[in-house]
Design a protein around this ligand. Structure first.
Ligand code: PMP
Length: 307
């Protein structure tokens, strides 16, 4: 949970999270007109550092998301990266930490439009495993992913997460760990807050960027790992619902989810109903790279010395 005594960035300065006050009239709170990111910093006990994973990539996506909502970011990508590192230095968590940049329409007036000023906030919260990594039981959601023609999933908008929350709520109430969305056309899109991969007959497959997905940074990282570590190029192509039932392996990828194997879809075991070898191997290498332990992937992380 967020801690009031922690440093955050808000109103153009570093301040304590507990000192930030927002009006209920704030535009984004009423209309969902915000964009955000989720970044992870992994605690490296041996070195006494936090390794911030794919920092620049996240702010590049943040900048693209903000264009959709006509949000003018007050800082450039380099400055946002620097402030993020400064917040981590001040808060000095000795544990895995999640960083949340948020930019939103801040006008305190009633009226739906994309006019008006924006605010940029950045705060951190501790985060261990967001989901169980020993095998998830998922269902295909009866809620469809918001199409690019309505609320684009490509941009990480706060309002889009109503779609996510509806699907997660229904899945949890029915006893599943997470939900898998289909597109309006009925192809597999992504999970609640993670991209999806399948292994079939030794081939790695993921839905294409046109399947109303968030273009995941972990998705890119996993495609790179699969190619370099396993010699498996990824096929990006349409995936039908029942291919999930026919798959040898299914796994989810995301900053929060990390690499989370799926062992059951719609009450049917995936493959043998246990974690598959591809997911296992990728998980192993991913965690090493994310903690800054692999020289080949040194450019994936930025180190912050924690006093
Ligand atoms: N899809 C959605 C809807 C998400 O919220 C996330 C988490 N940011 C992802 C996919 C995975 O993206 P990333 O790997 O960049 O965290």
């Amino acid at each position: 949970a967020a801690n009031d005594a922690e440093w955050c960035y808000h109103g153009g300065e570093l301040q304590k999270l507990g000192d930030v006050r927002l009006s209920p009239a704030t535009h984004a709170l009423n209309y969902g007109t915000g964009v955000f990111e989720g970044i992870r910093a992994y605690w490296n006990e041996e070195r006494g550092t936090l390794q911030v994973l794919k920092l620049r990539e996240h702010y590049e996506r943040f900048e693209k998301s903000s264009r959709l909502l006509r949000i003018d970011l007050p800082l450039g990508i380099d400055e946002m990266c620097d402030i993020t590192l400064e917040i981590l230095k001040r808060n000095a968590p000795r544990e895995d930490t999640y960083i949340r940049p948020l930019a939103y329409k801040a006008a305190e007036s009633v009226g739906v439009n994309l006019k008006g000023e924006s605010e940029l906030s950045i705060f951190t919260v501790p985060m261990g495993n967001y989901v169980e990594l020993s095998g998830l039981r998922c269902c295909v959601s009866s809620w469809r992913r918001t199409p690019d023609t309505a609320i684009p999933a490509r941009a990480k908008c706060t309002g889009s997460y109503v779609n996510t929350a509806l699907a997660v709520d229904a899945a949890h109430r029915a006893g599943y760990d997470d939900a898998i969305f289909l597109t309006q056309q009925g192809f597999v899109s992504e999970a609640s807050a993670a991209n999806i991969f399948l292994v079939r007959k030794g081939r790695l497959i993921t839905p294409p960027v046109t399947a109303d997905i968030l273009e995941g940074i972990t998705r890119d990282a996993v495609m790179e790992l699969a190619e370099r570590e396993l010699g498996m190029p990824t096929e990006q192509r349409d995936v039908g619902r029942t291919e999930l039932y026919a798959a040898d392996e299914v796994f989810l990828t995301g900053t929060g989810f990390q690499i989370a194997p799926v062992i059951e879809v719609d009450d049917r075991p995936v493959g043998t109903g246990t974690i598959g070898p591809v997911a296992e191997r990728l998980q192993e290498q991913y965690f090493k790279a994310a903690r800054g332990e692999l020289t080949e992937y040194a450019d994936w992380t930025v180190a912050v010395e924690v006093a």
